[in-house]
Design a protein around this ligand. Structure first.
Ligand SMILES: Cc1ncc(COP(=O)(O)O)c(C=O)c1O
Length: 375
């Protein structure tokens, strides 16, 4: 009798002794609000990114990073923001959070990255900003986005939630918005970060994350709070607290191991699945980036659903990233976006996280091959 393989999860954080010790250190200190740990995490992140001339602002989530970056870029009620429809709903909700209207845009069918021609079609007199999403860490054509934005005098805010660990993108001035949620390449349990070179925007972001209280960040870093203060604009309670920051610091200290494992597993998929003609691979780059998700494309919805079921029958979870936002009632603008819809019906995300073993990845590959052999 054959024994079933243990359940292989689609995604998972990788918390261990380092994170437990970090959390206990903060709990023992009785200072769990935003403070010294947040300051140190920001400094260590800046060092890790290797850019002295930029700013790192840690916040409550990737969604918060997007919302605040848009607000600091003066995106507001009445403005339109062009967003690729193939993204997590956070990107769209962040635009609504500042009162602007997300305008769904199609994506390139081979890369999942925003389609440059479709951006041009969506530009109106109300367009204020383009919000490209680095889907699966892919940023092909990003230069064209910036050129187009410059030509039309638009802002760019990047959703880099899938891209922590990619040092190439940090060469850009931002705002770049990252997520440190439980399943991202680096996790703080929940958290996010904005990287931006513009000091004026950075100062705004620091106040906005702490309810708009001017200069509160410096006080919090030193475990103080403001009693006599002023507020000049809308702010939110979206800072990162010491507990999350300490866990993030522990994760950063082992990031090389995280990177090694994620890249190794993605490389196995890339090599082993490249000869299966029923599968389309995305141009995931394991030299410059640390993959967060590993989507593959098939050619029909039926085979996609069947393969997903076959994997599940063999105790392998998979995902669909993502349901295009223009198909959601709240964001539907009354037009179709055919590439994103085709991707939605034909993609599968395969398990990718550091809790996997190499054997797990080869087992997943073997089940995919077995499925196609049976067809
Ligand atoms: C593309 C994208 N943007 C934004 C977010 C939001 O990040 P968070 O969950 O930290 O709010 C996510 C999270 O999954 C994401 O995948």
């Amino acid at each position: 009798m054959s024994t079933k393989h243990k359940l292989i999860k689609l995604s998972s954080p990788w918390y261990g002794q380092e994170e437990k010790e970090a959390a206990l250190r903060v709990l023992d200190s009785q200072v769990t609000c935003m403070g010294m740990e947040t300051k140190l995490f920001e400094e260590e992140l800046k060092q890790f990114l290797g850019r002295d001339d930029t700013n790192v602002i840690c916040v409550h989530s990737g969604t918060a990073a997007l919302q605040l970056a848009l607000q600091a870029s003066n995106v507001m009620v009445g403005d339109e923001v062009i967003v690729p429809t193939l993204t997590f709903v956070s990107t769209f909700q962040a635009v609504r959070a500042v009162g602007a209207m997300p305008i769904p845009c199609d994506v390139n069918i081979k890369t999942g990255f925003i389609d440059i021609n479709d951006i041009e079609r969506r530009i109106t007199k109300n367009t204020k900003c383009i919000l490209p999403v680095l889907y699966a860490g892919i940023d092909d054509n990003i230069d064209e986005v910036y050129q187009l934005a410059k030509y039309h005098n638009l802002k760019v805010v990047e959703d880099a939630a899938h891209s922590f660990g990619n040092k190439e993108i940090i060469k850009r001035n931002g705002p770049l918005c990252f997520s440190f949620d439980p399943i991202k390449t680096l996790s703080c349990t929940d958290g996010g970060m904005i990287v931006c070179s513009d000091d004026t925007i950075a100062e705004k972001l620091k106040d906005m994350r702490l309810l708009g209280v001017i200069g509160d960040t410096e006080k919090r870093y030193n475990n103080q709070r403001s009693w006599d203060f002023d507020v000049e604009e809308q702010g939110w309670r979206l800072h990162m607290n010491n507990l999350c920051a300490a866990i993030g610091r522990a994760q950063l200290s082992k990031f090389n191991r995280i990177k090694e494992l994620r890249c190794k597993y993605a490389n196995i998929y890339l090599k082993e699945l490249s000869n299966i003609q029923e599968i389309r691979l995305f141009p995931v780059n394991t030299t410059t980036s640390v993959p967060h998700i590993f989507p593959i494309g098939l050619y029909s919805k039926n085979s996609r659903d069947e393969l997903r079921q076959y994997l599940l029958d063999n105790n392998i979870e998979s995902g669909i990233q993502y349901k295009p936002n223009h198909l959601l009632t709240y964001f539907n603008r009354g037009y179709g976006l055919i590439n994103a819809e085709f991707l939605y019906y034909t993609i599968i995300s395969l398990p990718l996280h550091p809790m996997l073993t190499e054997d797990d990845v080869y087992y997943i590959v073997s089940k995919i091959k077995e499925y196609f052999k049976k067809q």
